[in-house]
Design a protein around this ligand. Sequence first.
Ligand code: 13P
Length: 259
Amino acid sequence: MKTIIANWKMNVGVRESVALARGTLLALRGRRILPEVVICPPFIALSEVHKVVARSVVFLGAQNLFWEDHGAYTGEISGRMLTELGVSHVIVGHSERREYLGETDEMIRNKVTQALANQLNVIMCVGETASERKSGEQRERVRTQLVHVFAGVRLKSHERLMIAYEPVWAIGTGEIPEVAEVLAMNEYIRSILTDVLPEMDANKIRVLYGGSVEGNNAYSFLREQKIDGLLVGGASVKLNQLKEIIDATSEVLDAQKSL
Ligand code: 13P
């Protein structure tokens, strides 16, 4: 199985989101084996997009949630509210929220806990900045994020969690790491997960890659068995790019099937 997550960020409004959702469904039509696809529109479009993808193979994801169920938290949206809209997945700990909104590992832990309590599937992002990479601290950074976020978190099923390795320097820059680097980091992430979530089989937790994924580089990541899928930003709001990424996924899935 491969998972493709489309993070539309703050790039599209309601009308464009609906059109993109329809386009995504069309791009999946007629395929022998389907990848798991999760689309994450902005909050304001969730309700309309749900109407498009309800009863389809595409899952609806949110880009964020708050760590309380309800209360005086102006501007925030809870996990419970998201499930009311048909949302099944939520992105947590994205580096853009860490950078621009000051999200800390502790906040992210509370969000993960809240998401799990509401039966949402968590897509938790980790990754190092350019300077951390330059000074060779990428592993330490990712380890710290995972240890801080999952301390005390109880996960009932490995299916509820995906980790997206998104090096910050690769997001929206057109720069991508070597596939071998991603593979090594994925293995490292699984070794940390074995420690922090001892009740889980870390090999079963999906680890995705994200950062400047496009139609022309998706295959090189997807063909690796240990890369469970992709978290796609900019290219996911361009239907031709998204289609190429889905084509690459189908190619890999079809090849795996015929082995
Ligand atoms: P880009 O694909 O635009 O680099 O963004 C990646 C990302 O941040 C997905 O969450």
